[in-house]
Write a protein that binds this ligand. Sequence first.
Ligand code: CAA
Length: 257
Amino acid sequence: MSYTSILTETHGRVGLVRLNRPQAMNALNRDLLAELCQALADFDADDGIGAIVISGSEKAFAAGADIKAMAEASLVEMVRSSFVELFDGLRRVRKPVVAAVSGYALGGGCEIALACDLVVASETAKFGQPEVTIGVIPGAGGTQRLAHAIGKALAMEMVLNNRTLTAQEALHFGLVNRVTPVERFLDEALAMAAELAGRAPLAVRLGKEMVNKAYELPLNEALEAERRSFYMLFATQDQKEGMKAFIEKRKPEWKGR
Ligand code: CAA
């Protein structure tokens, strides 16, 4: 598949998608988002891939939705374009997705990072929701996921007053998993993804689904879903293999079955 706004690579069992509009700080337009959705769906369907990394450049993960592309749009055009619905492609991915963020992660860029399962940030990463400065609000999950991830007080400051977070602040407030020197952020994210890709695929998939349920369901329903998923894994060969390997003091061989 040839793309114009992203680059894709595979590193062993890890699929890497790089956002690639350097002339526009990786601003997210329809083409880029459609290509991202396609690449994610392809990696998700590929049995040879166990985890995915989304990255940008050292300078910019993504500076948000493409302001030039939507500046003159009417309400009807925006609704008909289903622009923000394109971000849902990320939510549909069942395999773990790691964001490798360096430089600007603003607006829709910050929202992509928030929708990933884990985030590795370079020391230069800068997270923000500056939409209010151009007369709008985050439209792709920012208000909701930020409030869940970092709490109301700081989310309000970011959404209403353009407060940005440095990588260290994002680590402190639980928005990212790890901060690395700029020259290491991608390798670190790829290593993290390789580790995930080496684990029991069905357990990883259900683990991801269940942690996300914490944001989607009332606690009693989420706990029931978790219990059912736990029991369900006893129908897999990987559960038998994992527990047998533990007892036999050897490394398990996962089948994804
Ligand atoms: N859309 C379109 N083009 C953008 C862009 C964006 N979001 N961000 C940067 N660019 C373009 C600039 O217009 C510029 O292009 P030209 O050379 O043709 O003028 C080029 O990228 C380089 O950018 P700057 O010259 O501005 O670089 P800088 O280093 O001075 O500043 C920046 C970098 C702080 C990221 C600044 O570009 C900026 O503030 N960008 C906009 C950030 C923003 O408001 N994002 C929110 C978008 S709305 C949104 O995301 C809605 C949603 O929730 C889905």
